[in-house]
Ligand binder design. Structure first.
Ligand code: CTP
Ligand code: MG
Length: 228
């Protein structure tokens, strides 16, 4: 089975300008989290979808799932944790009696609404082959760090990527990575880092610039310019 875990349990702390958590913000009368859910739902390659949410958003998300008639593929709503990592861990725990070791788990941030189907398909193909993949795009701008005087050393960008989601893994591998992280107090901002931590390689699948993450009000404005 190919199983999507879609994360919508965050608190949008960097987006105070809107009145609701960003996952519920309406763009063209459609809540933000619904964009990627519909993309996954449309693909016959995706067997099941699990949505991770917080208590504040739970009942609204549940209603939207019914309203959009998604109950066939959306098999469960799971309460997330205080951090993204904890939310993923809780979703993986929920799947313990559902997923098989070789099932493919695609983990996606609902804060990336413009995910393309092609990216999902490439994630699946490459996870079958390699066991662990992350979507990423090449860094196009020059990157430097900041010092007290201004610009510090320039980092060579030739091998630099920006991580995106989905990140996809064989179930047994990502479960092992998260359990090991809990045991050893390892904290990382994405799942591929936890896989590296237990000694496995992660392959890169090229994403698209449009699969950017809604983080600040600028991103909301950009998204509205693109889709309204
Ligand atoms: N996420 C989650 N559980 C958390 C924190 C984040 O499921 N405890 C999800 C978010 O809903 C989002 C994705 O992880 O889809 C990426 O996180 P981010 O963009 O940081 O969203 P927030 O944590 O909500 O935003 P902020 O960090 O500004 O509070
Ligand atoms: Mg966050």
């Amino acid at each position: 089975m190919n199983i999507a875990i879609i994360l919508a349990a965050g608190k949008s702390e960097r987006l105070k300008e809107i009145a609701v958590p960003k996952q519920l913000y309406l763009i063209n009368r459609v809540p933000l989290f619904m964009y990627s859910v519909l993309t996954f739902n449309d693909l016959e390659e995706i067997d099941e979808i699990y949505l991770v949410t917080n208590e504040q958003c739970l009942s609204e998300i549940e209603q939207y799932v019914k309203q959009y008639s998604l109950t066939k593929k959306v098999k469960g709503l799971i309460l997330g944790g205080r951090t993204r990592q904890e939310s993923v861990y809780l979703a993986l725990k929920h799947l313990e009696k559902i997923a098989k070791d070789d099932d493919i788990i695609l983990i996606h941030d609902s804060a990336r609404p413009l995910l393309e189907k092609e990216t999902i398909l490439k994630n699946i193909e490459n996870t079958v082959r390699y066991g662990a993949v992350t979507t990423a795009i090449k860094v196009k701008d020059t990157i430097f760090s900041e010092s007290e005087d201004g610009v510090d050393h320039i980092v060579s960008r030739s091998r630099l990527y920006q991580a995106q989601t989905p990140q996809s893994f064989k179930y047994c591998l990502i479960k092992k990575a998260h359990e090991s992280a809990v045991l050893n107090n390892v904290f990382a901002s994405d799942d591929s880092a936890l896989i590296k931590e237990i000694g496995y390689d992660v392959k890169i699948v090229l994403g698209t610039t449009t699969n950017f993450k809604i983080t600040t009000i600028e991103d909301i404005k950009l998204l509205e310019m693109m889709v309204l």
